[in-house]
Design a protein around this ligand. Structure first.
Ligand SMILES: Cc1ncc(COP(=O)(O)O)c(C=O)c1O
Length: 345
């Protein structure tokens, strides 16, 4: 019998799942690291835990203290759950464009939610900058103090992946890994996992998968930060080189259109039973591109970032998809296969 002593110990050590259709299509072994199986149902539980433990070690976070963060949702959920387990409180600043499901989960976990209009990073009222100012104010007014988690530029975030995600992938595959692909929100997952894998073998190829509207595809292919278009994906799409992204060893970069990532999410749900958010679709599309780049016979790992029920009102809602001119798979609208009235007669 193996018991984990609490929520904190239940974070990480997620399985690698073989993605059947992507593997068959490319002749490669395409594996998804099941980060949706973390207690907060996303990859961001790891960053939340490492950021909190780092603040405690530095003496910045006192018992009963407040953790303030600007987040698209998943980091906030991770922070709120870990805070509950360890005796802290959370105040989360979230752009109003994020899904209702994530906001509901944050409230359920006891986070104090501050919803703000989604404005670009350069605006002083951007959610990240606002959360920094709020943390400064609360540090003075709260009896037990407050810290700013600052996931974008706090490298305790990528340290989580240097210490856990990367080594877990390497160990589970006995070092037989040829490529790793990830989208970027803060860059913690991509940079941290890439650094851990490259440290073990320089031959592992690292690829960025970027949605439209983000500037990193352009940065890693031309050296210029340039963004065009927009995307329905949440939690990813970065316009600058965050501290977590600095020195990330990126070999290839791909831009994935929404029509492709959305189609992959439906495919994974319909044919493999994997219900995932949009960023996982971007990652799997990126893994397929890297597999084609390297050729058959290689092992490529990517991240299955979060669970799809978080997006029932968006990615999995036919009318939302139509409003974004995205194709709706027939089976998503299929109802009435079971006629209960007939059976009960
Ligand atoms: C759904 C989802 N996918 C991917 C990411 C990207 O992870 P990272 O911040 O480590 O780049 C995030 C980050 O918030 C996310 O919420």
């Amino acid at each position: 019998m193996r018991i984990r002593s609490g929520l904190v110990e239940a974070i990480g050590r997620t399985p690698l799942i073989r993605l059947k259709r992507a593997s068959e299509m490319t002749g490669c072994e395409i594996l998804g690291k099941a980060e949706f199986m973390n207690p907060g149902q996303s990859v961001k539980d790891r960053a939340a835990l490492w950021i909190i433990e780092d603040a405690v070690r530095r003496g910045a976070l006192q018992p009963g203290g407040v953790i303030v963060e600007g987040t698209a949702g998943n980091t906030g959920i991770g922070l709120a759950l870990v805070a509950n387990a360890l005796g802290y409180r959370t105040v989360i600043v979230i752009p109003d464009t994020q899904s209702d499901e994530k906001k509901q989960m944050l409230r359920l976990a006891g986070a104090e939610l501050v919803e703000v209009p989604a404005v670009p990073y350069k605006d002083p009222n951007n959610y990240v900058k606002l959360s920094g100012r709020l943390a400064e104010a609360l540090a003075k007014s709260e009896p037990a103090g407050a810290i700013w988690a600052n996931q974008f530029d706090n490298v305790a975030n990528r340290q989580a992946h240097i210490d856990s995600t990367g080594p877990e992938i390497w160990d589970d595959l006995d070092g037989k890994v040829d490529g790793f692909v990830s989208a970027v929100g803060t860059g913690g997952t991509l940079a941290g996992t890439a650094m851990a894998l490259k440290e073990r073998s320089k031959d592992v190829k690292i690829a960025l998968a970027d949605p439209p509207g983000a500037a990193l595809y352009s940065f890693y292919t031309t050296g210029e930060l340039k963004a065009e278009g927009s995307s329905i994906t949440e939690g990813i799409g970065q316009g600058r080189i965050t501290a977590n992204l600095e020195d990330a060893p990126v070999d290839f970069a791909y831009q994935i259109p929404d029509a492709e990532s959305v189609q992959i999410c439906f495919d994974l749900l319909e044919h493999e039973g994997l219900c995932l958010g949009g960023s996982s679709g971007v990652n799997v599309a990126g893994a397929i591109r890297l597999a084609r780049e390297l050729g058959p016979g290689h092992t490529i790992v990517t991240i299955l970032c979060d669970y799809g029920t978080r997006y029932q009102s968006k990615l999995f809602d036919p009318s939302f998809l139509r409003s974004k001119s995205l194709p709706v798979p027939a089976w998503l609208e299929k109802h009435g296969r079971v006629n209960l009235a007939e059976v009960m007669e």
